[in-house]
Design a protein around this ligand. Structure first.
Ligand code: 2P0
Length: 342
């Protein structure tokens, strides 16, 4: 009862910012994203009689190991966890155990190929990998749609990391109708998302907390009214491979989400001065004929979107702006999948 899965993070072209049901993580709007080839989480779940406690181990790039044991006795629901994140992981294991009707405790070992909590959706890749590995380890054979629903209960955006390539998450009226599916496979359009790492420090306000106060922003209603039009534009841009339509619509939605965050009470500012300087650069690169657009998640890092033919030019422009900046180049990629190497 052991399985390993790998799952990508994803970048949202139309963003998820606001829940209509907090417990079920039902979003207020549909969202569309692309899976990121170089931002991967690999997770092994092992259910076994030999474990007396659930144990969650996160292996960090630096060689550091974050280890947390839930003091949960087999079958008992009493828990005392060392931190919130592991609590979420163990809650998710409980869901999988309930569906799989199993009563075994587990060891979960997970590693990311990118900095944790830097606004690169580590919860998306994390909960997608945990869902797929956990279900396989529990002997559950769920459909892709069912896996996306289960992943969503762990972290909303995780459902978009399950299907391949370019993915839409339907908001859904209830839990069974809030699922994700692939609009196009990863080899459909050779785009690049170069993430410029403005900071790899953990963000101050998690997306989960940030979304709590959306209705205190006077701009939230306007955002929700505009989203259907932007979803149409993104779908058309994907269908026709119209990159300028894709890029301009991504930027519109990015500004819209961040304006809501900035005007919430209390306000949240995910951008830094460096983030804004890079946005100015993108505009100037575009004025000079380089077709590159940006989008930004709940963090300071800037995602530079371009077609593959412009990848080298974009990298060279970034280096010219600041040779010390670190970046991660992503292509579209498959969704979460089981791998044999544990
Ligand atoms: C997105 N974000 O669509 C948006 C853009 C952040 C900014 O989905 O509370 O970590 O776990 O459901 O999935 C991040 O939200 O939130 C996110 P929870 P999650 O990518």
């Amino acid at each position: 009862m052991k399985a390993t899965a790998i799952a990508p993070a994803n970048i949202a072209f139309i963003k998820y910012w606001g829940k209509k049901n907090r417990e079920l993580r039902l979003p207020l709007n549909d969202s569309i994203s692309m899976n990121l080839s170089a931002c991967l989480t690999t997770t092994t779940v092992d259910f076994s009689k030999k474990y007396k406690k659930d144990e969650v181990i996160l292996l960090l790039d630096s060689g550091q190991v974050l280890r947390s044991r839930g003091s949960q006795d087999r079958g008992a629901r009493m828990t005392k966890y060392e931190n919130k994140e592991n609590q979420r992981v163990i809650r998710h294991l409980n869901l999988i155990r309930k569906i799989g009707k199993i009563n075994l405790l587990a060891k979960v070992v997970s590693t990311n190929s990118f900095p944790k909590s830097a606004g690169i959706a580590s919860s998306a890749s994390g909960f997608a990998a945990l869902t797929v590995a956990g279900c396989a380890a529990a002997g559950l054979r769920l459909t892709e749609k069912e896996l996306t629903i289960l992943a969503r209960l762990g972290s909303g955006s995780a459902c978009r990391s399950v299907p391949d390539g370019f993915v839409e998450w339907k908001y859904g009226e209830d839990s069974n109708n809030s699922y994700a599916y692939s609009l196009y496979p990863d080899n459909y359009w050779d785009l690049r998302d170069t993430i410029v790492l403005v900071s790899d420090k953990a963000k101050k306000t998690s997306s989960n907390e940030g979304m709590e106060n959306i209705w205190t922003s006077p701009l939230m209603e306007k955002r929700l009214k505009e989203i259907p039009g932007r979803l149409k534009k993104i779908k058309l841009a994907l269908k026709e491979k119209n990159f300028s339509l894709l890029g301009t619509t991504c930027e519109e939605d990015c500004f819209s989400m961040h304006k809501v965050a900035n005007t919430q009470k209390p306000p949240i500012f995910y951008w830094t001065d460096k983030t804004e300087k890079i946005i100015e650069q993108v505009k100037s690169w575009r004025r000079n004929g380089l077709e590159v657009y940006f989008t930004i998640d709940a963090g300071p890092n800037v995602h530079l979107l371009c077609e593959s033919k412009n990848e080298a030019k974009v990298i060279s422009a970034v280096k010219q702006f600041d040779s010390k900046l670190k970046y991660i180049i992503n292509k579209p990629t498959q969704g979460a999948r089981i791998i044999n190497d544990s």
